[in-house]
Write a protein that binds this ligand. Structure first.
Ligand code: AMP
Ligand code: MG
Length: 413
């Protein structure tokens, strides 16, 4: 059976960034930029006052002039048309353009107001050219590359795109991910389950995790454990970049997902990994039209996750999330998981490496992982109370309090 690292490597060999596309700014946060973005104009587009005060010529002040006539008031958003002549100043607000003839601004607190039309500079006050002024083009000059291709767009970058007038931009788009929950025992969450039924919580777990990972989830209706129903649902699920199926991949009689996927042309890559929870994981690929030389079909990565809710989460975080990131053009490193000390001793009696839910808590000035009391991989509530999962090596093994363990976070940091 494959170990988790090898399974990760196999998944990643099938993951490539999606073709670039144009998207609105609203859809671009966190995406990889696929073009160099140029400034359409100088920023700021004019010499701009950085404080409230008086705009004047540093040459006048340098020549010993102290008294200035206030010839105009300039507010932000208004372009001054009257030039200053020797001995004149303009009352100016933060963000407003300097008038012709001025090259500096003195804060209003630093002058003496003789009357409404006259101010006086204190003798000791020196005025330097450019003082309290952000020169035109100082932030960005027209035609300059303001954001380079391959940059990951953070909130500030989205703002820069806005300030150069780009409401649409070329990026690596978000992958579209369809979810097909399977199982005769499932009902929708707003229904009252019968004596042998459970609510379809996995669809909600996956939708949330996909959104956090930057994918676009779409949940399809519950598929029954019979070949026709399954085949119909799974073929609908293949209209996506990634299809996630939950349930039906273990060794039971009703576990028809692998065969049904194969009948739909999905090539199996691996089935089952050495991991707890999440052992029954199935991964395959439906090749694209070019690869198959057939009618137009797109390449789809297919993950068959076991139905147990916590298995779903662990498999998602370890394999599906990095695949989503790779399709978005963002590489992730499986060994980059943070390590934390254990708050208390833990045991693993299983022969598989095991993930158990834990909370991070401060212990003696250090952040330590405190295992959550839980009932195993069916216990979604145990995971709901956790910050993430800690990895305990294959058993039998016992780790003492203070031992360092790998931590897989549930929330994006
Ligand atoms: P399976 O992998 O189909 O054998 O399912 C394993 C366990 O997960 C069973 O207890 C199922 O009832 C449960 N399960 C399967 N699908 C879901 C789902 N969509 N939501 C919640 N639990 C599920
Ligand atoms: Mg099932």
């Amino acid at each position: 059976m494959l170990n988790a690292d090898e399974a990760f490597r196999q998944v990643m060999t099938w993951c490539h960034a999606l073709p670039t596309a144009e998207r609105s700014l609203e859809e671009s946060l966190g995406a990889i930029l696929a073009e160099d973005v140029l400034a359409d104009q100088d920023l700021p587009p004019f010499d701009k006052a950085l404080v409230d005060g008086y705009a004047l010529s540093s040459v006048d002040a340098g020549n010993g002039l102290r008294d200035f006539n206030v010839s105009q008031t300039i507010r932000a958003g208004k372009f001054p048309t009257d030039e200053l002549i020797t001995g004149q100043t303009a009352r100016i607000m933060t963000g407003a353009p300097l008038p012709q003839g001025a090259d500096s601004v003195i804060m209003w607190e630093h002058v003496e107001t003789v009357n409404n039309d006259l101010i006086r500079l204190p003798v000791e006050r020196l005025i330097k050219a450019g003082q309290n002024v952000l020169a035109r083009g100082r932030e960005i000059s027209q035609g300059q590359v303001v954001l380079p291709k391959s940059l990951r767009l953070n909130g500030a970058a989205i703002g820069v795109l806005g300030s150069v007038g780009r409401s649409r931009v070329k990026i690596v788009p978000q992958p579209r991910i369809r979810i097909v929950p399977t199982g005769d025992e499932l009902v929708e969450i707003d229904q009252q389950p019968g004596p042998a039924q459970i609510r379809n919580s996995n669809a909600y777990v996956l939708r949330s995790l996909i959104e956090q990972a930057g994918g676009l989830p779409e949940v399809l209706p519950i598929a029954k454990d019979d070949p026709e129903s399954l085949s119909e649902s799974l073929s609908a699920g293949l209209y996506a970049d990634i299809l996630i199926v939950t349930g039906g991949v273990s060794a039971g009689e009703a576990d028809l997902v692998p065969d049904t996927l194969a009948s739909l042309g999905v090539e199996p890559v691996f089935h089952k990994i050495r991991l707890k929870p999440g052992k029954p994981l199935w991964f395959g690929v439906r090749h694209s039209a070019e690869e198959l030389g057939q009618k137009p079909v797109r390449k789809v990565l297919v993950f068959g996750l076991p139905g147990n809710p916590v298995s779903v989460i662990v498999n998602f975080l370890l394999f599906v999330k990095p695949a989503i990131m790779a399709l978005r053009g963002i590489s992730t490193d499986p060994v980059a998981h943070r390590t934390v000390p254990l708050a208390e001793a833990v045991e693993n009696r299983d022969e598989r490496p095991s993930y158990i839910p834990a909370r991070l808590a401060r212990r003696h000035d250090r952040i330590a992982a405190d295992p959550v009391n839980w009932a195993g991989s069916n216990d979604l509530r145990g995971a709901a109370l956790a910050d993430g999962f800690i990895l305990i090596p294959s058993g039998p093994c016992r780790l003492a309090a203070g031992s360092s363990v790998s931590f897989l976070p549930l929330l994006p940091s």
